[in-house]
Design a protein around this ligand. Sequence first.
Ligand code: DQA
Length: 144
Amino acid sequence: MSNLVYVLNGPNLNLLGKRQPHIYGHETLADVERDCVALANEIGLSVRFLQSNWEGQVVDWIHEAREDATGIVINPGAFTHTSVAILDALNAFEGTVIEVHISNVHKRESFRHHSYISLRADGIVVGCGTLGYQLGLRRVAALQ
Ligand code: DQA
């Protein structure tokens, strides 16, 4: 069985560490990638770590994951609250899906309280900072 996990990041997450650090912290996306790769090595997974500001690109990566991945850890950013297209793509993926949000979206504006992605996610990590990505990877490994 494949041990590959796609770690997908949606819009504005390329600015992690620079945008609204009081909400999202000071770590950059490169730091998160480094930590994910290190953990994956430890627990027998491999990681494809990707970010895009384009909805269709995220959909295309989910289609690719159908071919070769055991799981997807996804922080869809603002697409969480808008994207039926990403939900449909995830519904076509048979492995484990873990949704991650760095901030506690339920403590924030009401438009962040609804997630299309949660209709598909096997697990959700919210408000645990960038540690949420690692928790997501551990959950994918546990379900393998
Ligand atoms: C986020 C929460 C979303 O509401 C927001 O649009 C993001 C980041 C988070 O990680 O907390 O871009 O997904």
